[in-house]
Design a binder for this molecule. Sequence first.
Ligand code: CA
Length: 511
Amino acid sequence: MHRFFLLPLLALLLIAPAFAQSGETPRARHVVLFLVDDLGWQDISVPHHTEITPFNKRYRTPHAERLAREGLVLRHGYASAPVCTPTRTSIHSGRSPARTHITYWTLYADRDQTRPWKRGDGSSLIAPAWDLNGLGQEDATLARIFSDAGFRTIHAGKAHLGAIGSSGEDPLNLGFDVNIAGHAPGGPGSYYGLHGFRSNGRQGKPGKSVWDVPGLKAYHHHDVYLTEAIAMETCRAVREAARDNKRLFLSFAPYAVHAPIMANKKYLQHYPDLDSKEAAYATMVETVDHALGALLATLLDEGMLKDTLFVYTSDNGGLSAHGRGGERHIHNAPLRSGKGSAYEGGVRVPWIIRWPGVVQQGTVSDEPVISHDLYPTMLAAAGVSLPKDEGRDGVDLAALLRGEDLRREHPLLWHMPHFWGVNGPGIQPYSALRQGNLKLLFFQGDGRIELYDVFVDPGEAQDLATERPAETRRLAQLLAAELQRRGAQSPRLNGGGQPLGVLAALAKMQR
Ligand code: CA
């Protein structure tokens, strides 16, 4: 008698794990990072402010609107840094720039692109000895871990994760199985296939330059926009992954909407009231949205979309200090300033997350999140073990995605001890943190501390540092502790010596 029972019981025990996998804790079979370059907080038609803005009405992004309808909009979502490489390397390493020491954008190995910051007394602030090469083949990148777990790992578009002459210049050395048009530089020579995507082609000259987009030869001499070419190649690679029955980790990072601002002429008719520069910019945004639509359609067609964690965001705030049409520093309004700045315009960016069965459709959250949260979030969502590492700064956003409270032990932190080289509000070497609704900024060059309630004052118009001394003190002390905990490097003065640290600046301010 007992033998008859034993076999079915064993069979049940053996298949139990399969039930658990498809039970209450869903796992994303596929993970997609859709990382637009330099896309500002107001650069899409999905509202991220408490009200619909003129910019929301200007831009045409129906596919981003669909993502928002089917997912979660994070209105207080941030980039890890106000420029490209530190944010990108933070996403792929799970560490804040303060910890990676990749605190500025990279180009050539061992060459610093930082400009000195001129102080009021005539001396200059210079950058610390930071990691000039970016990520390398030794790093436990997202792609490396997903690849080791059997995923097809695809990078498409701008990489900008490692410098020319270092291993990280090639995404294939960072764990990607497929690389479509990605390399070290952070901008394309041209967006036009007719130019061969070359900067000399843009100027009507022969010859190569470092900014020439690699690959995509089949599109050269054709009237095709770079974002479209990258999207077509990506959709093909996604279909191949589906055909091979592979789980997918896709890093889709169009070079757009980074400079050079070049119109996709077929959409110019949509923007008759804008100046030529802003109209061109709007067509770049619209072209990215068409790429999003093509990618979503391909994932749906291949039966993958229902099992995909899809994250849409940007690597820094919108360009506003130069190169745009109209008045400067207001392209991210109501936020202050833009790319390169410590203020919200430099780091607050669109964030939309779609994950069927986990994220409730059409929801909005004001919980602050930051780019390097994506590393643990994506791995955990896919059920892939995270590497043992005490030095990770990102937190798994799973609770927030389920609609529950997110527990975060440490504040959001920014640290860029570099001057971007263009003048504008908040475009200075700085460190900052956000805890709750408050954001404390420390400008390293002149030892200035500012405090804002960015929940009620997203434009950072009213500095509360003098008015609320106890909170200023508490947050300045927290900033000092966080910088130390993460091993952040401080800038120096030319000719030797150190500028005031945040605690000394606090003491001077409150004596
Ligand atoms: Ca960027």
